[in-house]
Design a binder for this molecule. Structure first.
Ligand code: UT7
Length: 323
């Protein structure tokens, strides 16, 4: 059978690092509050020349270089973002032009779950035989939609981009195969108003700022994430004990710890970058994957479980044996 093998990983972080202490000069907060409630120590903010498309392109270039694949081979670019540079064209086609590749590209909007959604879509297209080589990118510039009057949200987010390359390969259908073994997606629109942006291009007086009822999102997060992860494991005939690494969405250390505990995974199997990057929404999983891959913790052939929850509400998970 066809498997979507993950053969390259890349990332881009903006040049400007902002510590909690620097945030405290801008809003009524403290390093202590941010660290204790979230685990965040710092974040990166994009400069005007570091657009969503620019960061996505840099991450994509790095993923292609890691895989040793030429951009000319790319059939499709799926780019998950809630902060595109323009309503249209899609940021993905700007990336396509910058890389000089053919095929097609489009953006996908599922907030913090966007990378899992894009990975799952790309996997379906590869297994259907429609494409063979796909860049899956998560890229965000949340600093553009932050409400600086709301200390409850503006301290939580950062900017950045991460990318992976998926390539069609052969597998025997067992969980020993390399590639995406299973994924699960969910949304619950009835919960849309606990995490949203209060504006859009169609609302000229409202450019849009992020609004979140953090307690409500938190309340839903652990149960929903643990449930989707179990479904993905069951679909692959595996258990949490088989997992080499959990690479969760990086929103809050307390959520990451709670999901890890529910799965019975030790902290040594959970990749954490929320302290370094804060919450970069759709970019957070590929950024975390890249960090642990680059420093040698995550190796090719290992089994990696990813999960995310975000505005929508949307949530989902994917299980991948790295190629
Ligand atoms: O990626 C998308 C998914 N998003 C998430 O997963 C986020 C989920 N939610 C959370 O991570 C947490 O709910 C937060 C980190 C957002 C907030 O933590 P919390 O423990 O739920 O705090 P809270 O909102 O209940 O606020 C507690 C107190 C309040 O003061 P009072 O009313 O107790 O006097 C806030 O006014 O902390 C205060 N507070 C702050 N204090 C200093 C809120 N923000 C800040 C701040 N600095 N930045």
């Amino acid at each position: 059978m066809i498997r979507s093998q993950l053969t390259g990983i890349g990332a881009y972080l903006p040049r400007t690092l902002v510590s909690n202490d620097e945030m405290a000069k801008r809003v009524d907060t403290s390093d202590e509050w941010i660290r204790e409630r979230t685990g965040i120590r710092q974040r990166y903010f994009a400069a005007p020349d570091e657009s969503c498309a620019f960061m996505a392109t840099e991450a994509a270039r790095a993923a292609l270089a890691d895989a040793g694949v030429d951009a000319a081979k790319v059939d499709a670019i799926l780019l998950a973002t809630a902060t595109p540079d323009q309503a249209f064209p899609a940021t993905a086609v700007r990336v396509q032009a910058a890389l000089g590749c053919g095929g097609f590209g489009f953006d996908l909007s599922a907030a913090c779950s966007g990378f899992i959604y894009a990975l799952s879509m790309a996997d379906a297209m590869i297994r259907a035989g429609q494409v063979r080589t796909v860049l899956v990118i998560g890229a965000e510039v949340y600093s553009r939609i932050m409400n600086w009057e709301d200390r409850g949200t503006c301290v939580l987010f950062g900017d950045g981009a991460g990318a992976v390359l998926l390539q069609a390969g052969e597998g025997d259908g067992s969980h020993a195969d390399r590639g995406i073994l299973a994924s699960r997606l969910h949304s619950q629109g009835a919960l849309a108003d606990i995490l949203y942006v209060d504006g859009a291009v169609g609302q000229p007086d409202k450019p849009g700022h992020l609004v979140m009822n953090g307690r409500e999102v938190f309340r839903h997060a652990v149960g929903k994430l643990a449930e989707t992860v179990q479904q993905t494991l069951e679909a692959s005939g595996l258990t949490a004990a088989d997992i080499d690494w959990l690479v969760p969405h990086q929103a809050n250390m307390r959520i990451i710890d709670a999901v890890g505990r529910k799965l019975g995974l030790g902290a040594d199997k959970v990749v954490v970058t929320v302290d370094q990057h804060a919450n970069t929404s759709a970019a957070s999983i590929p950024l975390a994957l890249h960090a642990a891959y680059r420093d040698g913790r995550i190796k090719r052939g290992q089994l990696v479980l990813m999960e995310a929850l975000g505005g929508g509400l949307t949530w989902g998970s994917a299980l991948v044996r790295l190629g």
